[in-house]
Design a protein around this ligand. Structure first.
Ligand SMILES: [Zn+2]
Length: 163
C-alpha cells in the first residue's frame, strides 16, 4: 500500500541569518528567517511525510512558540518525523523536491543536500530528487525576499527496501 503526501514551505530572506537549505549552509549575503534554522526544504519534506500519513502539519508537532525548537537544526525534526513514519509501518519510496530560489545558484549544493537528507532518512540518495528554479524575478522569491520549496513524497508500507 502506498500513501502520497505534498509539502510546501516559504521563509523570508533577511540579513544577519544563516542560509540553511537541506541541512547545507549556502554562501549568501542573507539567510532564512524563522524560529528554527528555517530550513525550508527540510520543513517541506516533514510536512509531506506528515501529510501522507494524515498526521497534521509541522506546526502541530513542532510549535514555533516552543523554546525547545529555537534555532534547532531542522534535520533533528526530520529524524523525529521519520521515526513517526516508521512507527506507522511505512518506508520512503521516493521524494521529489523543487527549490524556488532566485539566487544564488543551487546546483553545487544539491549533491550535499541529498546526502544529508538520505543519511537522516536511511535511504539511498538516488531516491531523493532536488530540482531548482528561479522565479524569473517575479513575486517575493524572484525579488530575493524569500525562498520556497515544494515537495512530494511517496511512502510505502513495509520495513525494507527493494531498491
Ligand atoms: Zn519552515
Amino acid at each position: 500500500m502506498y500513501r502520497i503526501g505534498q509539502g510546501f514551505d516559504i521563509h523570508k530572506l533577511v540579513k544577519g541569518r544563516k542560509f540553511i537549505l537541506g541541512g547545507v549552509e549556502i554562501k549568501y549575503k542573507k539567510g532564512l528567517l524563522g524560529h528554527s534554522d528555517a530550513d525550508a526544504l527540510v520543513h517541506a519534506i516533514i510536512d509531506s511525510m506528515l501529510g501522507a500519513l494524515n498526521l497534521g502539519d509541522i506546526g502541530c508537532h513542532f510549535p514555533d512558540n516552543n523554546p525547545e525548537y529555537k534555532d534547532i537544526d531542522s534535520l533533528i525534526l526530520l529524524k523525529k518525523t521519520y521515526n513517526l513514519v516508521k512507527e506507522k509501518g511505512y518506508v520512503i519510496n521516493n521524494i521529489d523536491n523543487t527549490l524556488m530560489v532566485q539566487e544564488p545558484k543551487m546546483k553545487d549544493y544539491i549533491p550535499l543536500m541529498k546526502e544529508k537528507i538520505a543519511t537522516i532518512l536511511e535511504i539511498d540518495k538516488d531516491l531523493i530528487s532536488i530540482k531548482a528554479k528561479t522565479m524569473e524575478e517575479q513575486d517575493s522569491v524572484g525579488k530575493k525576499k524569500s525562498v520556497s520549496v515544494f515537495t512530494t513524497v511517496l511512502l510505502k508500507r513495509g520495513n525494507n527496501y527493494e531498491n
